[in-house]
Ligand binder design. Sequence first.
Ligand SMILES: Cc1cc2nc3c(=O)[nH]c(=O)nc-3n(C[C@H](O)[C@H](O)[C@H](O)COP(=O)(O)OP(=O)(O)OC[C@H]3O[C@@H](n4cnc5c(N)ncnc54)[C@H](O)[C@@H]3O)c2cc1C
Length: 440
Amino acid sequence: MSQVQKVNTPQYTLPGGIYLIQSIIQVVIIGAGPAGILAALRLQRFNHISPIIYEVRSEPTTLGGAVGIPSNGLRLLFRLGLWDALRERGAETSTLSVHAIKGQVIGNMDMTSWSREKTGFGYLRIRRVDLMEVLYEEARKAGIPIHFSKHLTGIEEDNKGVTVTFSDGSSDKADLLLGCDGIHSMVRKLYVDPNTEPQYSGISNIYSLVPTSELPSAAASIDGLNVMLTTDGLLAISPCRASRDMVYWFFSRELAIPPGGDTRDGWEERGKQQVETIKSIVLDLIKDSEGEWGLTIKESIRQTNTLRFYPVYRLPTGGQWSKGRCLIIGDAAHAMQPHASQGVSMALEDIFMLSNLLDSNLGSLNEAFRVYEQKRRHRVDEMHQLAERNGGIRKRTPPWQLWFKEIATSGVLGIYNLFGLGKLGLGQKPLAYDVEEDTH
Ligand SMILES: Cc1cc2nc3c(=O)[nH]c(=O)nc-3n(C[C@H](O)[C@H](O)[C@H](O)COP(=O)(O)OP(=O)(O)OC[C@H]3O[C@@H](n4cnc5c(N)ncnc54)[C@H](O)[C@@H]3O)c2cc1C
């Protein structure tokens, strides 16, 4: 196959491999997930850089559950002009209701009361397929080319640009390469940081999407994120569509690496077992749950036909993010556990930081990457740690400890609401962080 695209890159490289920002007119993006498409949209509109995206899958993905996007990410989606389309599809759900194992509510809180006041945005739960459809449509309208079935095999740089090659023999050349290819990033493996490997977090998730038409009528009025701690993990349910016609539920629990080791086959086998047994395991764990909530959650689980199993992997902190003209962003650089709902928002913050630095007077790409790293590292590490801490509550607990946790949670949420601690921004400051203010 011939070259996909020819680019006449001007020679704006100074001796010693210094790449001038003004020379960046084309960017190759590897990966058409949230990070890749959002980066393409922003760099095209704001920096007038032409993007071209290469995706390994053969077509847009229809897989996935539903992601939560809090204030910091929603504000950036608004600035990209995507908020109205996303809000038409997703469910705005910022309340958290914690249920005891017997079903009754032991505490409520608005997770974004303060950050919504600061940013104008709360919390959106949206099916991944809806999110991706909105992004693909926006890319289509912007005329951004996305090439599918592209298996990256090589990355090379010279003073005229960076060249990527694919298994079908095609290649492309640009001034800037963005690795947006997720946790198992080939851009990272082949080029930027081959030594950084994903690690299993010790936590696995099972999730499903269930139409409310198949559930008791109360399911259509579930509002916000409803969670219940059990002795063997965390169970949660939330609406995920503006029309409230579908709920997303997940069970997140501690699970050891398969006996055969951390291999794809081992996980496939374990995933199959989990999918086959989890409904009865969870129904047994919550058998004493009563009232409308108890009935609804049990029925949601019984009516579930398709379940997906997902062992949660993350990247260790401290890996390398850039090399030469190449930067990895989003999960490719810093995949974290999903328990802080910050994956998509961290990718958005990466993109805005990069875009603003490319628009600044830093002069060279090398300097832009240096400042990028200096500013992003602390924020990303902080969210990484928060997600890991939140993962802790999913661990196995003896019944007496669960009882104690319920009392403690009820007490903490009671005090939080009584003294209006939400109004002080307690626990919400990271959600009001504005990456654009931090760039300047
Ligand atoms: C169970 C679970 C629940 C989650 N919940 C949330 C949540 O509530 N909120 C939230 O913000 N985040 C959540 N996340 C995390 C979130 O999904 C990620 O942070 C986010 O998708 C990262 O986007 P990305 O574009 O960087 O990577 P990805 O979404 O992984 O996209 C990478 C893209 O690159 C493609 N690709 C891979 N390899 C190659 C290659 N070699 N060449 C070309 N293309 C390639 C992939 O096919 C994919 O299209 C969750 C994750 C999991 C696993």
